[in-house]
Design a protein around this ligand. Structure first.
Ligand code: ADP
Ligand code: ZN
Length: 756
């Protein structure tokens, strides 16, 4: 009898021990087992994480027995188990929950597999004794195909077709033991790219900067030691080409590669580009069906070396020998998962490279301040630059429009400044195209009474509602005292409501203020009649429509794309010579210390959509704060200037990269219960800080920036320190304490990317 330690795959933060009957052996860590769990002995799935001899395990109480083995082989190998343990400790999340989230649901359920049966001749049989004609035909076919054992067996479907027989004679042969069957599991196929769409391999000759970067990376791959390379280069500087050549090097030495991209950059174009260069490729992203996902995962597990390309969770791809892991657009906040385990895919990639002596490449045009700081202070980080665009295209011309002046001159409210409006007209006259970006959906984000200053708020959340125009609401009869043609929606809980014409407080007329993509579309159509404009945001687009739309835009059937941040990434249209950022201030107003950094990144990214041909390009940036450093430096294309300025503030306020942060978020529908629990948690934390003499600053408990979402009141405690070891120790001690209330929900977010 053996003894095993297990972790439940839900949010229970404890180790459970069971006895493993000999009849179930052998079992390895990483396999899932079915066990009776809790008082009711409900059958539950657990991950086996450790096996010991039952005699040596000194347990004072009687153990239950494991009932069943779920997986015939471990789904998680030693490397992934170790990575899971690190995530569980670093991000303060129960190990079972971490391990479970490392596996796609389709893999756990083994979706889409079928068992394929094949037949062969059982050699001990005397063939002369066979009677039936059809049975003879089956045997003849098997002889012809030389199917003499399990290795050479023929698929039954093929066998029946070739021999012209049906199942009945085959069954007779099986029954008599003359023919035997063997079965194997097959997975659903993934036609990665439609035939005919695969790009021809283009042999690119690297420029000097690329060559320098590549040779540095290659020597690191050869050394088989852990290191991290930051590849800092503007869009089109040829970073992806360097990734591809580096991966070729790793593959040639028999090692696999993982490439992480933000979900929205995982387009057919990107996948094509990699699939045209690598024979053995697997993809993991949200567009796959469950069966395809399982099939891709199984392919990664069985084929080596392989290139895996995917979003955040592809960092958990079960490759056997990892040589290189690439994180493109490493600064992207979407690498952080916003549900438990709250890991950052980029940081896990670095950790994984460290555990496996692999090379990690982080690529970006605007690297995060954390990564820049690591390059400056850590010996295994190195920064390489690709300063120029490959084609040496002229940089777009940047123009700032001060909206305070613009508004003053014109009196009434306009989304488009006169300057931008003129530029749009001229561009269209020249038969060139325009991209306009406004990072806010809907028509207006305030429904407001000018006389008493009442604004329409969500019933469930502490936010104002956004007005959305809608065709459906245009033709509603009997709309008494309600504004026709649209509805108000909460962007947090998605609840909808019709809008009263009169203010419920004072009875005055309500008005719509603030910007939204729908309003931008309206204003464009009004000001420039006959303009062919299409709005692009998550309200107007299904993914399928979006590809169709981009095709039409490419063919010149549309003049202007006006939409949200979706438009900021990756689009390559040589005829776009004008880009307008309608409100650079939108992202600056976020109550988050990274607002400046995000604004700089966004301006830099959107600008990259202009001037992608010899025609050049112009970028208009509308702002009320032209002197704001993020905007000023972005206009000058002075990344280093921005970084230096921003670092001064971060240092002064002990913010990343100088300080480490963790947030404890606490929420409850009952405000009093929340307040008292938050207070007790703060006491627990400060108790640990003072007894351990930790140098950690505790802020709060305070209301979260949005104090209520979906009827939950929200409070938070922010921890700040220069000492990550102490922070980690503090959180692991806090984790072991009994929560002050079992009803209040508590989340710990280590290295948060947003403070909302
Ligand atoms: P990034 O990833 O930095 O945006 P890419 O690697 O995608 O840059 O390169 C941009 C474009 O230039 C791609 O179409 C790529 O095929 C091409 N390209 C990259 N390097 C070279 C090169 N050395 N010579 C010619 N074309 C190149
Ligand atoms: Zn709401």
């Amino acid at each position: 009898m053996q003894h095993c330690n297990c972790r439940v795959d839900t949010g229970v933060d404890e180790v459970f021990s069971y006895l493993l009957p000999d009849s179930l052996l052998p079992v390895e860590p990483g396999q899932r087992l079915e066990v009776p769990f809790g008082k009711s002995n409900k059958l539950s799935t657990v991950f086996c994480i450790e096996i010991t001899d039952a005699k040596s395990a000194n347990v004072p109480y009687k153990l239950k027995h494991v009932k069943k083995i779920v997986d015939s082989v471990p789904l998680l190998d030693q490397r992934l188990l170790k990575l899971g343990k690190w995530i569980s400790e670093y991000y303060i999340c129960p190990l079972g929950e971490v391990l479970s989230s490392m596996l796609p649901a389709a893999v756990k359920k083994n979706t889409g597999t079928k068992s394929l049966k094949s037949a062969f001749i059982n050699s001990q049989t005397d063939i002369e004794t066979i009677r039936g004609k059809k049975q003879k035909q089956i045997i003849e076919t098997l002889l012809q195909l030389k199917a003499f054992d399990a290795e050479t067996a023929v698929e039954t479907e093929k066998l029946l077709e070739q021999s012209g027989a049906t199942m009945a004679p085959l069954k007779k042969l099986l029954h008599a033991g003359i023919v035997k069957l063997t079965s194997r599991t097959v997975y659903s196929d993934l036609p990665l790219i439609p035939d005919g769409m695969v790009l021809k391999t283009k042999n690119v000759i690297l420029n000097d900067d690329q060559k320098k970067a590549l040779s540095e990376i290659e020597s690191r791959i050869e050394s088989q030691k852990f290191s991290v390379v930051l590849l800092h280069g503007v869009t089109d500087s040829g970073k992806t080409e360097v990734y591809i050549k580096s991966i070729e090097k790793a593959i040639a030495s028999g090692k696999s590669a993982i490439v992480l991209l933000p979900e929205i950059a995982l387009t057919a174009q990107t996948i094509q580009r990699f699939s045209s260069r690598f024979e053995n490729l697997a993809v993991m992203h949200s567009q796959l069906t469950a069966s395809q996902r399982n099939a891709q995962w199984q392919k990664i597990k069985s084929a080596s070396p392989i290139v895996v390309i995917g979003a955040r969770s592809a960092v958990f791809a079960p490759v056997s020998k990892l040589g290189i892991i690439v994180v493109d657009e490493e600064h992207e906040p979407s690498y952080k998962q916003d549900t438990a385990p709250r890991y950052n895919g980029r940081d896990v990639a670095v950790k994984l490279a460290q555990m496996t002596d692999a090379v990690c490449i982080l690529g970006s045009a605007t690297p995060s301040l954390e990564t820049l700081n690591n390059c400056a202070t850590k010996s295994h980080f190195v920064k390489l630059s690709l300063p120029n665009r490959v084609m040496n295209l002229p940089k777009p011309q940047m123009k700032v429009v001060d909206m305070t002046l613009s508004r003053g001159e014109r009196g009434s409210f306009h989304i488009l400044s006169q300057e931008l409006e003129n530029a749009i007209r001229n561009t269209i006259k020249r038969k060139e195209q325009v991209i306009l970006m406004l990072n806010r959906r809907g028509y207006s984000n305030f429904i407001f009474c000018p006389s008493c200053r009442y604004s329409l708020k969500c019933r469930n959340c502490d936010v104002t509602l956004t007005f959305h125009k809608s065709e459906k609401h245009q033709h509603q009869p009997n709309l008494k005292n309600r504004i026709a043609g649209g509805f108000a929606v909460c962007h947090y809980c998605l609840s909808q409501t019709l809008v009263p014409q009169k203010c419920p407080v004072c009875g005055g007329n309500v008005s719509m203020i603030g910007l939204g993509t729908q309003r931008l579309e309206d204003e464009l159509k009004q000001k420039i009649p006959d303009v062919r404009v299409v709005r692009v945001d998550s309200d107007s687009m299904q993914k399928h429509d979006y590809y169709h739309l981009l095709k039409n835009f490419d063919a010149g059937q549309i003049d202007i794309l006006a939409g949200t941040q979706i438009l900021a990434k990756g689009l390559h249209f040589p005829n776009v010579t004008l880009v307008g950022i309608i409100s650079a201030d939108t992202s600056l107003q976020l109550p988050d210390f990274r607002a400046n950094e995000r604004t700089y990144q966004l301006i830099c990214q959107v600008s990259g959509r202009a001037g992608r041909s010899s025609k050049g390009g112009t970028v208009f940036i509308q702002t009320f704060m032209p002197q704001q450093p993020a905007i000023k430096y972005a206009v000058e294309d002075n990344f280093q200037g921005f970084v230096d300025e921003e670092l001064k503030h971060r240092q002064m306020c002990l913010l990343p990269p100088f300080g480490r942060l963790a947030i404890i978020r606490i929420r409850d529908t009952k405000f009093d219960r929340l307040t008292s629990a938050a207070q007790k948690i703060a006491e627990q934390i400060s108790g640990i800080i003072s007894s351990c003499k930790f140098n950690i600053k505790m802020n709060g408990p305070a209301d979260a920036a949005i104090a209520r979402i979906q009827r939950y009141h929200r409070k938070q405690i922010i921890l700040q320190t220069r000492n990550p070891v102490q922070l980690s120790e503090l959180l692991s001690r806090f984790r072991k304490l009994k929560p002050p209330s079992s009803l209040v929900q508590i989340q710990v977010d280590v290295d948060p990317v947003n403070l909302l």
